[in-house]
Design a protein around this ligand. Structure first.
Ligand SMILES: NC(=O)c1ccc[n+]([C@@H]2O[C@H](COP(=O)([O-])OP(=O)(O)OC[C@H]3O[C@@H](n4cnc5c(N)ncnc54)[C@H](O)[C@@H]3O)[C@@H](O)[C@H]2O)c1
Ligand SMILES: O=C(O)C[C@H](O)C(=O)O
Length: 344
């Protein structure tokens, strides 16, 4: 069974903590794990809270937002899976939400409306992310941080700078969540190649905005005989996937349900890595030397300390080589914008 299917099975709650033990995990390999979601009452936060409540690898789910978390937490807490749920609201409860956390997932911040770029969210979301990361540095400096808030190409560098200032930065523990790009690439490719989506895998590298999203269809598994025009169209659709949803929602936000699914898959992979499951590999935006850029998304092996190994890009087609060059100036300036903001 491929990792997506396995994860999907875990996400549907078909595995309990005790069934994991029966399936050969020792009790040591399913330790208690606390996951905190910051922005838990939002469009992504609510379905992500639901999916994390279904994950048997966590024992404690802490839901934090600036408003409305008590209701979300009460609702999710009635689901009969093993983890305990607690809700926290407002600044004064942020510390309690974070204390003891193994993984902090951040979908806090405003989403796009039609006509906006992700970078248009910078002015509001940069400050939100900065404040939340200062609290993470204080209350759970060793947690893995899964950054969903946009623009990811800038919010991840902001988080890194905040942690550096606090003296807590560990580049192995900070991740920009780009899993939705992989989820989209798999779906669109399977449709075009007419293959079962469950078996499809495609790395997506670079960043998480427009041309910085580079799906490597030349490395798609299974292989399909697609024309150059079809690959160009699939690449564009993957790059514009977020905009497709923003336009379809017509002012009511951006991707929430598919993002919650992608965020839950990535958090599940992080939990597995922390628990010592071997060969957990996901694409994610991390501090990297795969290119000359200081942050870059590529395949990463996850382990007990977060990033275990950053994998290379592998062989690229000429079209992908060109795509890689085309993204670099935008990605570089988004990264620099985040660093400059954090150090103001
Ligand atoms: N990485 C990705 O692939 C991806 C995909 C989809 C959306 N996003 C981004 O995720 C973010 C959230 O999207 P959404 O649709 O859930 O938005 P939303 O407006 O529905 O929810 C955001 C939530 O954040 C909360 N919030 C605001 N300030 C906060 C703070 N200081 N502390 C804690 N919570 C705070 C709000 O109260 C709200 O509940 C956006 O920036 C969006 O662009 C990223
Ligand atoms: O497109 C957006 O603004 C949200 C998110 O980054 C996405 O890819 O769906």
């Amino acid at each position: 069974m491929n990792s997506v299917l396995k994860s999907a099975k875990a996400l549907t709650g078909t595995a309990s903590r005790s069934s994991l033990l029966r399936r050969g995990y020792s009790s040591d390999s399913v330790p208690d794990r606390k996951v905190t979601i910051l922005g838990a009452a939002g469009g992504i936060g609510q379905p992500l809270s639901l999916l994390m409540k279904l994950n048997p690898l966590l024992s404690n789910l802490a839901l934090y937002d600036i408003a409305n978390t008590p209701g979300v937490a009460a609702d999710v807490s009635h689901i009969n899976t093993g983890s305990e749920v607690s809700g926290y609201v407002g600044d004064e409860q942020l510390g309690k939400a974070l204390e003891g956390s193994d993984i902090v997932i951040i979908p806090a911040g405003v989403p796009r409306k039609p006509g906006m770029t992700r970078d248009d969210l910078f002015n509001i979301n940069a400050g939100i992310v900065k404040g939340l990361c200062q609290a993470i540095a204080k209350y759970c400096p060793h947690a893995l941080v899964n950054m969903i808030s946009n623009p990811v190409n800038s919010t991840v560098p902001i988080a890194a700078e905040v942690f550096k200032k606090a003296g807590t930065y560990d580049e192995k523990r900070l991740f920009g969540v780009t899993s939705l790009d992989v989820v989209r690439a798999r779906t669109f490719y399977a449709g075009k190649a007419n293959v079962p989506v469950a078996g499809v895998n495609i790395p997506v590298v670079g960043g998480h905005a427009g041309v910085t999203i580079l799906p490597l269809f030349s490395q798609a598994n299974p292989k399909a005989n697609l024309s150059d025009e079809e690959i160009v169209a699939l690449t564009k659709r993957t790059q514009d996937g977020g905009t497709e949803v923003v336009e379809a929602k017509a002012g009511k936000g951006s991707a929430t349900l598919s993002m919650a699914y992608a965020g839950a898959l990535f958090a599940d992979a992080c939990l597995k890595g922390l628990n010592g499951v071997p060969d957990v590999v996901e694409c994610t935006f991390v501090q990297s030397n795969v290119t000359e850029l200081p942050f870059f998304a590529s395949k990463v092996r996850l382990g007990k300390n977060g990033v275990e190994e950053i994998l290379g890009l592998g062989p690229l087609s000429d079209f992908e080589k060109q795509g890689l060059e085309n993204m670099k100036s935008e990605l570089k300036s988004s990264i620099e914008k985040g660093i400059t903001f954090a150090n103001k």
